[in-house]
Design a protein around this ligand. Structure first.
Ligand code: IMP
Ligand code: MG
Length: 423
């Protein structure tokens, strides 16, 4: 399968976890290159449900190597919890199948406290973050004041760097009216987690480049989605990493020309969690999906905002990521809809736009221009081949692919591994 980057083409929660899990069969190595435990990948297999936050989905497949790359931000305490949680349900997690980059930045308790305090201070302009400390951690990384896994491996050095950071962070927390963190507690929990993680920590860049030479196949598992990208998303309503395809290279140390293809995953409709512009948002479709028990966040449990498929944004996503192939998920979510809408252009001040405006305030003012397609009004969740899908469902999926620009290779009609149709 060569080296493939899998990206979300919308605002995250496109069902990437399931597609990654499916594609992992053909990969030797699964790599996470950005984000942190703000992600929540739900994988259902053999009647068991797993929600992965930091650990690549390849962990559920014996014999696959999983890599947490340098571009990831890693909360050592919650990573240990995730490892122990997987072991408790019989999944092996060892340094033989999971390695961690020594350059990955650490999410510390003061980052989470700052995340919360900043959101509170923003009031109605809040971003609606997952509260996992992601923004403040990437902020420290870019400000060159962050702590990395390599630091945590050297207790004395770590404690002295940590002391400085805690002092600075506490001053900021206090100035914002928030509770400071305890240096002793932060130190103790980090060192305890660090000792458990030590066997997993290596130079993953070297590992991956040796694996490239040996001809191994890599799957880069994207977290979040294109419009949450710090550069290309609906700034400032974004996450703090590069969620688009280029991030796979910088976040892993695998050179760009060693990446062979980009697979874009998109829902048959659109969802978004947190605040920010969402042109095709629609209350009726939200009620329908929530009523089916769908579209509640895997990480925070928040009800996701829902709307029609937005081909203006996915076309842009296709361009910025270089999407070659497309997987459409959650098609079954539209099984009962009589007439389905697809947004094909935005209208702003009487003009039709073919691409989303970069400024979020302009995007908020955009009116979607829709085309309508007849629904199929039959269950699709048991269907195993594309040919057996109702004609209207086939037409809808192909229309989405045509409008987005990419070859349709997968249609998913349910959360189970076997509810995956290869086109
Ligand atoms: P943060 O990544 O926690 O800073 O949150 C920033 C924005 O990204 C918020 O709108 C979150 O809801 C959103 N976000 C972060 N991670 C995910 C994800 O895995 N799925 C969907 N939305 C996410
Ligand atoms: Mg998710």
């Amino acid at each position: 399968m060569a080296n493939t980057v899998l990206v979300g083409a919308q605002w995250g929660d496109e069902g990437k976890g399931k597609i990654i899990d499916f594609l992992t069969e053909k990969a030797d190595i699964v790599v996470r290159s950005q984000g942190g435990n703000n992600a929540g990948h739900t994988v259902l297999t053999g009647g068991q449900k797993y929600v992965l936050h930091l650990i690549p989905s390849g962990i559920l497949h014996p014999g696959k190597q999983n890599v947490i790359g340098n571009g990831v931000v890693l909360d050592p305490v919650s990573l240990v919890e995730e490892i122990e949680g997987l072991r408790a349900v019989g999944i092996a997690v060892t340094p033989e199948n999971l390695i961690l980059s020594d350059c990955a930045h650490l999410v510390m308790p003061y980052h989470r406290a700052l995340d919360a305090a900043k959101e509170l201070a923003k009031g109605k302009n809040k971003i609606g973050t997952t509260g996992r400390g992601i923004g403040p951690t990437y902020g420290d990384k870019v400000a060159r004041t962050g702590l990395r896994l390599a630091d945590l491996m050297q207790a004395e050095l770590f404690c002295s760097k940590l002391a400085t950071r805690v002092e600075e962070a506490n001053a900021q927390l206090i100035s914002m009216g928030a509770k400071p963190v305890s240096f002793d507690e932060v130190k103790a929990s980090a060192l305890e987690a660090g000792a458990k993680l030590r066997p997993f920590v290596v130079n993953t860049v070297l590992y991956l480049n040796k694996a490239l030479k040996a001809g191994k196949n890599m799957l880069f598992e994207g977290a979040q989605g294109t419009f949450l990208d710090i550069d290309h998303g609906t700034y400032p309503y974004v996450t703090s990493s590069n969620t688009t395809a280029g991030g796979a290279s910088t976040g892993s140390g695998v050179p760009p020309h060693r990446i062979d293809s980009v697979l874009g995953v998109m829902k048959a409709y659109t969802t978004r969690v947190g605040e920010g512009p969402f042109p095709t948002e629609n209350a009726e479709i939200a009620d329908l999906l929530h009523g089916m028990g769908r579209e509640f966040g895997a990480t925070t449990g928040r009800a996701r905002r829902c709307g029609w498929f937005d081909a203006v944004s996915t076309r842009y996503a296709s361009m910025v990521n270089g999407i070659d192939e497309i997987a459409i998920t959650n098609l079954d979510g539209l099984d009962t809809v009589k007439t389905i809408k697809i947004c094909v252009a935005y209208k702003l001040d009487g003009q039709e736009l073919e691409v989303p405006p970069s400024d979020f305030q302009l995007l908020t003012s955009c009116e979607p221009v829709y085309i309508e397609m007849p629904g199929w009004e039959t269950p699709t969740d048991q269907i195993k081949t594309f040919a057996e899908l109702p004609k209207n469902a086939q037409a809808y999926a192909l229309k989405i692919a045509e409008l987005t620009g990419g070859k349709l290779i997968i249609v998913s009609t349910g959360a189970q591994r076997d509810q995956t149709i290869l086109v």
